[in-house]
Design a protein around this ligand. Structure first.
Ligand SMILES: Nc1ncnc2c1ncn2[C@@H]1O[C@H](COP(=O)(O)OP(=O)(O)O)[C@@H](O)[C@H]1O
Ligand SMILES: O=P(O)(O)OC[C@H]1O[C@](O)(COP(=O)(O)O)[C@@H](O)[C@@H]1O
Length: 304
């Protein structure tokens, strides 16, 4: 199995509040609250660990509330390469309604100073060569400029280790010209940075050297454009508990299939099933292999 490095510059404690129906501006009664150490690269790492890989996880972590993250890293056997920063890692609030609708309230994140940026580079760059793939995922905390981020992505790409990117807004825009090996935007994220003609956007991105564009389309499924690959996957209908982590699960399982050298159809079928399973649960990872096998059998694939 592979050694994979994930970078989560802006992790979060995901606080998921379950409620029947959200009425904005009213007193709402919640049904329950769950708390998970999260953030895109950490969520990806959990799925990859369940698929048998060895993980190193890096990024910035607030020293005032690091315990849940440290518990997760220890329980999962992740190598902890996070740089501690004074203050608290943000909490992202997810309001999960009974009909499957999710409202995300994602915080801005820690204030990162120049010394922490330097510590991250000093720690991260020597680690890179020991890995088979790098995943850079999520937003940027305060104090991390898009220019610094782009320079980091550039250095990671120059290492020659396959680089996967999942970000949004200005960070995604700044990193696209560096042509990561694989990207996984959702439709909204891609149209925000590349315009509403998504087919043209995908063609352009592939033309500028991005090998794999995995475009996620929510409940409508996934379009995967790669070398000799133009495939659409349509997931089976599932009971939606929380869509948080669906994209991270899709990315992780797609990377798994690629690293295993599987045919594209097998990879996409499995990744679509892993993502569909993710929406049936709160939290991250593959917990029910029988359900996963049933979902895999029910994924429909079409040429694009
Ligand atoms: N309601 C759903 N039913 C089944 N699969 C889903 C559902 N919502 C999302 N998915 C799967 O999860 C993937 C990622 O979801 P999406 O919302 O596009 O990304 P993100 O979580 O990054 O915003 C989709 O491509 C799809 O395969
Ligand atoms: O860094 P961002 O863009 O604010 O996203 C962080 C949030 O995204 C998540 O990683 C979920 O991402 P996906 O739903 O795209 O898989 C949450 O766990 C986390 O709160």
């Amino acid at each position: 199995m592979a050694r994979i490095l994930t970078l989560t510059l802006n992790p979060a404690l995901d606080l998921t509040v379950s409620l029947d129906k959200l009425i904005p501006g009213a007193v709402n009664r919640s049904l329950g609250l769950t708390r998970h150490a999260a953030g895109k690269g950490l969520n990806v790492a959990q799925v990859l660990a369940d698929l048998g890989h060895h993980l190193t996880v890096s990024g910035f972590l607030g020293s005032d509330n690091a315990q849940p993250f440290e518990n997760l890293m220890q329980a999962r056997g992740f190598a902890d390469a996070f740089i501690r920063v004074p203050g608290e890692t943000r909490s992202n609030i997810k309001l999960a309604e009974a009909d499957g609708r999710i409202t995300d309230l994602n915080g801005p994140g820690l204030q990162v100073e120049d010394e922490h940026l330097q510590s991250l580079l000093d720690n991260l760059i020597p680690l890179v060569a020991g890995h088979d793939a790098i995943v850079v995922a999520g937003s940027l905390p305060r104090g991390v400029s898009t220019a610094w981020f782009a320079a980091l992505v550039h250095r990671l790409k120059a290492s020659g280790v396959p680089l996967v990117l999942d970000s949004s807004g200005a960070a995604l825009q700044a990193a696209l010209p560096i042509a990561p090996w694989m990207i996984k935007p959702n439709e909204e994220e891609l149209s925000e940075v590349c315009g509403s003609d998504l087919s043209a956007a995908v063609r352009k991105l592939r033309g500028q050297g991005i090998e794999h564009v995995v475009l996620s389309r929510g409940s409508a499924g996934v379009d995967w454009h790669g070398p000799g690959i133009a495939l659409r996957a349509i997931p089976p209908r599932v009971e939606v508990v929380s869509t948080v982590g669906a994209g991270d699960s899709l990315l992780a399982a797609s990377l798994h299939g690629l690293l295993q050298g599987w045919p594209a159809e097998r990879t996409l079928r499995m990744a679509t099933a892993v993502a569909a399973q993710a929406v049936t649960q709160i939290g991250f990872g593959i917990h029910d292999r029988e359900q996963l096998a049933r979902l895999e059998a029910a994924v429909r694939l079409q040429p694009l």
